[in-house]
Design a protein around this ligand. Structure first.
Ligand code: ADP
Length: 659
C-alpha cells in the first residue's frame, strides 16, 4: 500500500478493559478502511501509545489482521493512561497523531475511553494552536487538519452502555459464565452443595441477571435492584424449600457491585456465611474473575464487532467537521449510530442513580428487556409455584414440540411450565409432538418436572417431524376434549407453524380446535417468519464456529482449502454467519445459488491467495446451496485446480450443528 500523505489516515485503538470481539472490530476497521481508500494506523496500548507516539503508532495492512478474528483480548494492546488525563498528555497525543497524518479515530473502549475521545476532539483546535505556539507544528499543518473526527465502539463485557443493545464482549463473557456455572452445578449436584458465584459488573447487573436466567440460578444479586431488607431469610426460605422438593444443588449469583437497600455491598463471603449458618449448607464461593474475559469470542461478538467496525470506518472516513462524535452500536440487530456523549452521559446517570438509592429509576433506565428478564428470573427462581388466587379461572395449557430438536427448546418449555404454574394454571406436556396429540400422550407437569432442563440439549418431551394431515384432526380434537385443553404452546419449527395454521382451518369441523395456539420459533436454521432469531440458531452458530476454529488450527501447516458444509435447509443463515465469524473466503448460499462463472472467479481468487502466501483456504457451503455443485464437487474442483499449491478437503458438519 502506498504511503501517500494525501489519502485519508485513520487511527484505531482499544482502550480500558479488554473484551472479546475487539480484534474482530479492529480487523473490520482496517479492511473496510483500506477498501474505502484510506490508510489505517493502529495506536498500540490505547491512549498511552497515543501519548508516547513513535513505535506505538504504525500502519496496519490487509494481511496484518488475518487470523485474529478468533483471538481473544486485543492484539493492539489496551492500557489505562494517566498521562492522557492531563492536558499536556493530550497535546502530545495530538502531536503524535498529526505527525502520522491521522485526523480521524475509531475508539474502542468503555465509557471512560469514549469520554476521553470526546474531550480530545473538543480540545483539538486549542491543542493544535498550542503546538503551533510552541513551534512544534507549522500553521499549515494545523490548518490541514482543523477537525478530529471521532467514532466510538463500546468494548465492555458489562453491557451497560446506552446507544447499543449489546456491547462488544458481553455475549462472550456470558458464555464463559454459563459454561463455568454449568460445570459448577454438576459438581455441586454430586455433593448436594451450594455455590455462590461472583461475576463482574460494578454498576451493572447484566451478566449476573442473564447468567442467572441461563443457568437456572436459585438467587441473583444485582446493583440496580437491591433486595428488600430481610433478604437473608427470603433467600434461605427459597433454598430450603428447593431442597425439600428435591433440588440437589443451589447456585447463587452475585454481581461484584451488588448492594443492599442501604447501599452496603453484598459480599459473596457474606452470602456464604448466611447459607452455612442458617441452613447448614455446605457452601463454596467461586470468584470467576478474569475467566470471564478469557477464551475465544463468541460468534455473536465476532459478527457484531465486524459489522460495527466496518460501518464505523466508513463513517469516520466520510465525516465532516460538522459531524459530532457518534457511537456505533446495534439496535434490533441492525447497525445504528447516535451521538456519543449523550449515550455516555445517560450511562453514567445510571451509576449515579444507584449511588443515590433511586433503584426504580435505575431499573427503568436499563430498559424494558432488562426489566422483563428480571421479572422472569424472579418467577423462575422460586422453589415452588405461588398458590392460585381464590376463585381464579384455572386453565389447562399444553406444551409440545414440532420439527427437529434445537438447543434451547427445553429451556423454553421449563420457562413456560413454571410461569404457567406460577399463574395458577395446570400445565400439560404432550409427548412426541403431534403424534402425542393424536394418541393422547399427555401428562400433567409439576414445578420439578422441568428441573435441570435449563441447560439440557435436545427435546425432553420428544418431537415430531410429521406434517399434519386433514384426517389427524378428528383424533387431535378428541385428545383436546378428553384432556380439557384450553390452549396450546408449540415450541418448534415451520412444521409447528403449519400445525397452528391447520387448527384454524379445521376448527369449523372440530370445535375443540378453537383454542388459542401460540408458536415459539425453535430451529437451528433461523428460517422462520416473525422473528429475527430462532431458538437454537445461536448455539448452532457457536458450535460451527468452534469446529471451524479447530479445523483452521489443524490445517495451517498443510496448505489446504477446506470446504465446510453446514445445515440450514433452504436458508443460508448458518453458512453466512459462520463464514463471517470464522473469516471464510467464500460462502455458498441457497439464496444466491452457485454459477459457473462464480466458481471460476473463486478458484482464481483462491489460487491468487495461496500464491501470495496464504496457508489455509476456507469456504462455507450451505447444504442446499445448489443441487449440482455439491460439496464433493467443490472439493474436487478446488483439489484439481489447486494443483501443487494446495489440496482440498471436505468437512461436513451435519447434525453436529444442532449439538
Ligand atoms: P473504560 O474505557 O473501560 O471505561 P477507563 O475508565 O479506565 O476504562 O478509561 C480508559 C482510559 O481512558 C483512561 O485510562 C484514560 O486514559 C482515558 N480516560 C477516561 N476518562 C477520561 C477523561 N474524563 N478524560 C480523559 N481521558 C479519560
Amino acid at each position: 500500500m502506498s504511503n501517500k500523505t494525501t489519502s485519508k489516515r485513520i487511527g484505531v485503538f482499544t482502550s480500558g478493559g479488554d473484551s472479546q470481539g475487539m480484534n474482530a472490530a479492529v480487523r473490520a476497521v482496517v479492511r473496510a478502511g483500506i477498501n474505502a481508500g484510506a490508510e489505517v494506523y493502529a495506536i498500540y496500548e490505547g491512549y498511552q501509545g497515543m501519548v508516547e507516539g513513535g513505535r506505538y503508532i504504525r500502519p496496519l495492512h490487509w494481511f496484518d489482521v488475518g487470523g485474529i478474528l478468533q483471538q481473544g483480548g486485543t492484539i493492539i494492546g489496551s492500557a489505562r493512561s494517566k498521562d492522557f488525563r492531563t492536558r499536556e498528555g493530550r497535546r502530545r497525543a495530538a502531536f503524535n497523531l498529526l505527525d502520522n497524518g491521522i485526523d480521524a479515530l475509531v475508539a474502542i473502549g468503555g465509557d471512560g475511553s469514549l469520554t476521553g475521545a470526546n474531550l480530545f476532539r473538543q480540545e483539538w483546535p486549542e491543542l493544535l494552536a498550542e503546538l503551533v505556539a510552541e513551534g512544534k507544528l507549522t500553521p499549515e499543518a494545523a490548518a490541514a487538519h482543523t477537525n478530529l473526527a471521532v467514532v466510538g465502539l463500546v468494548g465492555s463485557i458489562d453491557n451497560d452502555m446506552f446507544g447499543t443493545d449489546m456491547t462488544i464482549g458481553a455475549d462472550t463473557a456470558l458464555h464463559r459464565i454459563v459454561e463455568a456455572v454449568d460445570a459448577i452445578a454438576a459438581t455441586a449436584a454430586s455433593h448436594q452443595r451450594s455455590f455462590v458465584v461472583e461475576v463482574m459488573g460494578r454498576h451493572a447487573g447484566y451478566l449476573a441477571l442473564m447468567s442467572g436466567l441461563a443457568t437456572g440460578a436459585d438467587w441473583v444479586f444485582l446493583p440496580e435492584s437491591p433486595p428488600a431488607d430481610g433478604w437473608e431469610a427470603a433467600m434461605c426460605d427459597t433454598i430450603h424449600a428447593g431442597r425439600a422438593r428435591g433440588r440437589r444443588h443451589n447456585v447463587v449469583i452475585v454481581a461484584e457491585g451488588a448492594i443492599d437497600r442501604q447501599g452496603n455491598p453484598i459480599a459473596s463471603e457474606y452470602v456464604k456465611q448466611v447459607l452455612t449458618e442458617q441452613l447448614d449448607e455446605d457452601t463454596r464461593v467461586t470468584l470467576l474473575g478474569h475467566v470471564q474475559r478469557g477464551g475465544t469470542p463468541s460468534a455473536f461478538d465476532r459478527n457484531m464487532s465486524t459489522m460495527l467496525g466496518a460501518a464505523a470506518a466508513e463513517y469516520v472516513i466520510a465525516a465532516t467537521p460538522a459531524d459530532e462524535p457518534q457511537l456505533f452500536g446495534i439496535r434490533d440487530n441492525e447497525v445504528f449510530h447516535s451521538p456519543l456523549m449523550e449515550n455516555v452521559r445517560k450511562t453514567q446517570q445510571v451509576a449515579e442513580l444507584i449511588k443515590a438509592g433511586d433503584y426504580t429509576a435505575a431499573m427503568e433506565m436499563r430498559g424494558r428487556g432488562f426489566v422483563e428478564a428480571y421479572e422472569t428470573l424472579k418467577t423462575l427462581v422460586q422453589a415452588q409455584p405461588r398458590p392460585a388466587e381464590p376463585g381464579q379461572h384455572q386453565l389447562r395449557l399444553a406444551v409440545l414440540h414440532m420439527g427437529g430438536p434445537a438447543p434451547g427448546m427445553n429451556t423454553a418449555i421449563r420457562a413456560a411450565v413454571r410461569l404457567g404454574l406460577d399463574r395458577g394454571h395446570t400445565m400439560l406436556g404432550v409427548h412426541n409432538g403431534m403424534t402425542g396429540l393424536i394418541n393422547g400422550q399427555v401428562h400433567e407437569m409439576q414445578w420439578m418436572s422441568v428441573h435441570g432442563w435449563v441447560a439440557r440439549g435436545g427435546a425432553e418431551l420428544g418431537t415430531s417431524r410429521q406434517a399434519p394431515k386433514a384426517e389427524d384432526f378428528a383424533r387431535i380434537a378428541q385428545t383436546l376434549e378428553a384432556q380439557g385443553i384450553d390452549g396450546l404452546l408449540i415450541v418448534g419449527g415451520w412444521i409447528g407453524y403449519q400445525l397452528a395454521y391447520q387448527f384454524t382451518v379445521h376448527r369449523a369441523e372440530h370445535p375443540a380446535l378453537a383454542i388459542p395456539v401460540v408458536c415459539v420459533p425453535a430451529t437451528i436454521n433461523n428460517d422462520l417468519p416473525g422473528t429475527e432469531i430462532t431458538i437454537g440458531a445461536d448455539t448452532a452458530l457457536n458450535t460451527i464456529v468452534n469446529d471451524v476454529d479447530k479445523i483452521k488450527e489443524s490445517a495451517v501447516a498443510s496448505q489446504r482449502c477446506y470446504v465446510v458444509e453446514v445445515m440450514g435447509h433452504d436458508c443460508g443463515y448458518l453458512a453466512l454467519m459462520s463464514g463471517l465469524a470464522s473469516g471464510a473466503e467464500r460462502v455458498y448460499l441457497p439464496e444466491v445459488g452457485i454459477g459457473l462463472d462464480d466458481l471460476r472467479y473463486d478458484v482464481a481468487e483462491m489460487l491468487d491467495g495461496f500464491r501470495q502466501g496464504k496457508r489455509l483456504g476456507l469456504v462455507m457451503r450451505s447444504e442446499h446451496a445448489d443441487p449440482y455443485y455439491t460439496t464433493p464437487f467443490l472439493v474436487s474442483l478446488y483439489e484439481k485446480e489447486g494443483g501443487a499449491l494446495f489440496d482440498a478437503r471436505p468437512s461436513i458438519l451435519g447434525w453436529r450443528c444442532a449439538g
